[in-house]
Design a protein around this ligand. Structure first.
Ligand code: BGC
Length: 375
C-alpha cells in the first residue's frame, strides 16, 4: 500500500494518530464562494498530476483546458501539476512516471491514444493512485472515472448542422475529414454524425464523396488530404464535415484557394476563437461548444474526492457511465452536454466566458459582432 504524501506531511504536524484513527487526509481548504481567483493551495494540500495530449490538434488544450483546470484545481484546494505531452507518447509516459514518483494523490489524463493511456493508468493503479480519464476514454483501460461530454451527441450536432446547411440541395456532395483513428472520441463523433447523415446518403439527399480519418488530428494533413479529395472529385464539393475547428481551419484555407469559401458549409468543434471568427466571416457554418469550465470543474471535484479517499462522493458526482467495448466494462462517468453554435448564437460562447469578445471580434468580423451584439 502506498503511503499518502499528505498523511506523511500531516504526521509531521503531530496529527498522525488522529488521521490513522479516522483514515482520512487533512481536509482540503475551500476557496471562498464566488471568489474569482482562488488562493494557491498550501504546500501540504493533495497533489494532482494532469497530462494533456497535444497542442496542435486543437487550440482547446492550452487555450481552455489548461487555464480552466488550473483554476478548478485551486478552487478545490488541490496542488496541480499540469503538463502537455505535445503528441509524444514517450513524453506522456515520462511525465506520468515523474508525477507518480513525485507522489501525486490522483492522476488525470487526456491521452494521445488508448494504448499508451491505459499503460499509464495501469502503472498509477499499481501504486494505488486513482486515475481519471479526462475527455478521452482509454479503451481497454483501468481508469476509475471518466469526465467528458456526450461525444455521440457532438457528432449528432455536426451531422445536424451540415444537413441543415445543405437543405434543399438535393444530391449535395459531402467530404468528411475525421479525427484520429486512435482517439475513441473521433469514433464517437463519426458514429454520431452517421446517425444523422447515413439515412440521407442512403436516400440520395446527400452524396458521400469520401470519408477520411486524420492521424493525430493533424490539421495540416487534414488540409492536404481534403485538397486531394477535392481535386480528385473534379473540384466539386457542396459540404464538408470537419471533426473540429482546427481541421475546419485547414479546410477553409483550401476552399479559399479554390474560391469556394463562404459557399461550402463546413462543420467544426471546440468553439475556438479561430472557429468562431470563421463562423462570423461566413466561412464555417457551425461549431460545437463544449463548456470546458464544466469539464475542468468536474474533474477537479472528482480529484478532490478521490484524494480524500472518498469514493462515495466521487460516485455521487459520476452520475453516468460509458461502455468500454474493449475492456468489456462500464466506466463511471460525468458526461456533459455539448451545444450547436451557428452565427446566430456565437454570442453564447462569449457571454458564458469561454472566449473573450476581443478574441472573436477582429477587423474581419467587427461588423458581424456589431449586428449580433457581441462586445
Ligand atoms: C476532443 C476534441 C478535440 C480533439 C483534437 C478530441 O478528443 O474531444 O475537443 O478537438 O480531440 O484535439
Amino acid at each position: 500500500m502506498r503511503i499518502r504524501r499528505t498523511a506523511v506531511a500531516a504526521a509531521g504536524l503531530g496529527l498522525a494518530l488522529t488521521l490513522a484513527a479516522c483514515g482520512q487526509n487533512a481536509a482540503a481548504p475551500q476557496s471562498p464562494a464566488g471568489s474569482s481567483a482562488p488562493a494557491a493551495a498550501p504546500a501540504d494540500a493533495p497533489k494532482v498530476g494532469v497530462i494533456l495530449p497535444e497542442t496542435d490538434s486543437s487550440a482547446r488544450w492550452e487555450g481552455f483546458d489548461k487555464p480552466l483546470l488550473t483554476e478548478a484545481m485551486a478552487a478545490e484546494g488541490l496542488q496541480a501539476d499540469i503538463q502537455n505531452a505535445q503528441g509524444d507518447v514517450s513524453k506522456f509516459s515520462t511525465l506520468a512516471d515523474g508525477m507518480i514518483s513525485s507522489g501525486v494523490d490522483v492522476l488525470v489524463i487526456a491521452s494521445i491514444d488508448s494504448e499508451s493511456g491505459a499503460a499509464v493508468a495501469a502503472k498509477a493503479k499499481a501504486q494505488g493512485i486513482p486515475v481519471i480519464d479526462y475527455d478521452r476514454l482509454n479503451l481497454g483501460g483501468t481508469s476509475d472515472y471518466y469526465v467528458s461530454f456526450n461525444n455521440t451527441k457532438v457528432g449528432n450536432l455536426q451531422g445536424q448542422g451540415l444537413s441543415q446547411a445543405l437543405q434543399g440541395k438535393q444530391g449535395a456532395q459531402v467530404i468528411e475529414i475525421e479525427g484520429a483513428p486512435t482517439d475513441n472520441n473521433a469514433t464517437l463523433f463519426y458514429n454520431g454524425q452517421q446517425e444523422v447523415l447515413k439515412p440521407l446518403y442512403d436516400n440520395g439527399t446527400l452524396k458521400l464523396v469520401q470519408s477520411q480519418p486524420i492521424e493525430k488530428w493533424d490539421n495540416q494533413i487534414g488540409g492536404t488530404t481534403f485538397e486531394q479529395i477535392l481535386t480528385g472529385n473534379g473540384g466539386k464539393v457542396d459540404g464538408v464535415v470537419a471533426a473540429n475547428d482546427g481541421l475546419a481551419g485547414a479546410i477553409i484555407t483550401v476552399l479559399q484557394k479554390y474560391g469556394l469559401n463562404g459557399t461550402v458549409p463546413v462543420t467544426g468543434q471546440d468553439a475556438t476563437p479561430d472557429g468562431l471568427q470563421a463562423i462570423l466571416r461566413g466561412d464555417q457554418y457551425m461549431t460545437v461548444y463544449k463548456p470546458i469550465k464544466q469539464e475542468a470543474d468536474n474533474a477537479a471535484k472528482l480529484a478532490a474526492a478521490l484524494a480524500k479517499g472518498d469514493t462515495a462522493a466521487a460516485d455521487a458526482l459520476a452520475t453516468g457511465s460509458v461502455d468500454d467495448p474493449k475492456g468489456n466494462r462500464q466506466v463511471k462517468s460525468v458526461l456533459l452536454t455539448p451545444q450547436l453554435i451557428t452565427k446566430d448564437n456565437v454570442k453564447t460562447v462569449v457571454s458564458e466566458g469561454q472566449v473573450k469578445a476581443s478574441e472573436v471580434c477582429v477587423a474581419a468580423t467587427q461588423a458581424a459582432c456589431g449586428s449580433l451584439g457581441i462586445q
